[in-house]
Write a protein of this length. Sequence first.
Length: 490
Amino acid sequence: MKAKKKLTTSFGSPVDDDQNSMTAGTSGPVLMQDVHLLEKLAHFNRERIPERIVHAKGAGAYGYFEVTNDLSGYCKAKFLSEVGKKTEVVARFSTVGGEKGSADAERDPRGFAVKFYTEEGNYDFVGNNTPVFFIRDPIKFPDFIHTQKRNPVTNTKDPDMFWDFLSLTPESIHQVTILFSDRGTPKTFRHMNGYSGHTFMWYNDKDDYVWVKIHFITAQGIQNLTSAEATTLKGKDPDHATRDLYEAIEKGDYPAWNVSVQIMKPEEAENYRFNPFDITKVWPHGDYPLIPLGRMVLNRNPANYFIDVEQAAFSPANLVPGIAPSPDKMLQGRLFSYHDAHRYRLGVNYTQLPVNRPKAMTVNYQRDGFMRTMSEHEGSPNYYPNTFGGPEPDAAAKWPTYEIKGKWGRHAYVHPNSDYVQPAALYNKVMTDVDRAHLVGNIVEHLGNARKEIQVRQTVLFYRVDPDYGTRVADGLGLDIAEIKRLAKD
Ligand code: NDP
């Protein structure tokens, strides 16, 4: 028989009894000297950390990324340097708007985040399962997210808030069309794609650069839930996608994604027919075909959800040599927001938590702060410049530069940009009759709960995408189609 493990306090000393608090007499008051009891209650009170403001509900797993096609002529990142090269990754999938206990089957974009532990530091891909976004300027983000959350008075989700903002923000119509298609309720996390959405810069050893968008295409095939299936599942198994990912990996059915890249030359970007950095747009495959890059396989479940997934902290600012930001304004905002959110949620030393810790050596002049555990810098100077052999910046790590023209100011996107062309292509060319019927049904079901003037304003946007689209939504909502038509012209 194995010897039983001894119960200890968090400080390692043995506990004599974990069932009976110390009392004065058999039924008297509890004693202050029961330090084990006090510590147990105090720690319990502190078990919860702030949940993420967005992407609070998620599941994750470890695995690897393997290069299948050599694109090192475009990108000097070492983890992409040769076919067959493998890099360890951790991935986290999530819904966006709901709280940590919300249902996996909610209609929502899904977060699709992957941390690559490369030899040059962590590279994070922090995408979604949709290639576009609702807004293209970060200054709108807090307002947008407020509309997806609870009404401050009723503490319930509010269709007026939800549709009021969207109907006043025409740039959202592309993402709204994807969100209300069945892709807004993926069957599981395994059955969806991941898109960078943003454009990034890739550059090579000579500092020649291109613009790229990254696509993770599910090897399991896209599968979605209908609205009815999602509604049932929300009640029957709110954690269905979390469970699915865990169980698939547990039984050796490892999910995989084929990773591709679209590449645009800088001179093409200047003259393209829309602003290629506008995240409400895709780059059409016809112009920019998907070029294979690699494959991601998830093959290891976390040993502890809190340590490996809840504390996993991704940021699009985690870049490695060969990859740099584009001027996409939403991306620029996220470069700040993610690290800032993690500092608030996990503390200033969150990069030292096992799941976030780079495999590459980290050497710099940052010191101390709450919960610091690593002491790699011991004995080395804590200031720069110094004459004591402290770490030196490496000029080779600088990003290529590009010309910026114009005056500073609060500029709207001015590149000729229609908000309606791409959702129209999706509605007309890509969707099947069944897809369109589900899309209209899903919209009517949700928008029907908003007040009439908001329904009208939003339906005008659908009409501008395509008269058939707007007419069918108007019919479903019982709106006056002549009024929608008239307003759509204004
Ligand atoms: P294509 O016909 O070349 O590509 C359309 C793509 O749309 C498909 O390859 C598929 O991409 C995706 N798709 C298929 N069915 C659906 C659906 N029901 N809902 C959402 N997406 C679907 O045309 P374009 O590249 O010119 O794009 C046309 C429209 O397709 C775009 O305006 C956009 O709305 C949508 N789309 C385009 C993507 C792109 O990166 N070009 C990516 C996703 C959607 P996938 O393999 O990524 O699922």
